[in-house]
Design a protein around this ligand. Structure first.
Ligand code: AMP
Length: 119
């Protein structure tokens, strides 16, 4: 219920669970909430039994947005967590954010991320 309140207040589809050290422990998305409600899960159930608490899809804050787009497609998620050098939460990029960068993504997609070497 606390996750639902936070999503409603912030108008977001994802809540990130962090430890005292700021490291990412897991995520709860609106999908998880819908699934939980459909299964009749009690609203007082802890988030770690409803959300995803391992294999978190994340990028470093300096990674290019094309990597975010690739991860979303590959891992079938609409949110990618952004972390710093110490794996601490910096933010979240949603598919909505990416759509705003459509022109930049089109441009990046034309260029290889790693320059190809001639043999
Ligand atoms: P979404 O499409 O982002 O609403 O989430 C779909 C499913 O993927 C839910 O079960 C989420 O818990 C999970 N999920 C969403 N974002 C991530 C992420 N960055 N890392 C791992 N799992 C995620």
């Amino acid at each position: 219920m606390e996750a639902v309140r936070l999503m409603s207040k912030a108008n977001t589809g994802l809540v990130v669970v962090v430890g005292d050290d700021g490291k990412v422990l897991g995520v709860v998305s609106e999908r998880d909430i819908i699934r939980a409600l459909a299964n009749g899960v009690d609203p007082s159930t802890p988030v770690d039994s409803v959300g995803t608490m391992n294999s978190i899809v994340k990028v470093h804050e300096k990674d290019p947005i094309i990597k975010v787009a690739a991860l979303m497609a590959e891992r079938n998620v609409r949110h990618v967590v952004v972390v710093d050098d110490y794996d601490r939460l910096k933010g979240v990029i949603s598919i909505r954010d990416l759509l705003r960068e459509y022109d930049a993504l089109k441009e990046l997609a034309r260029k290889p991320l790693v320059p190809l070497t001639k043999e």
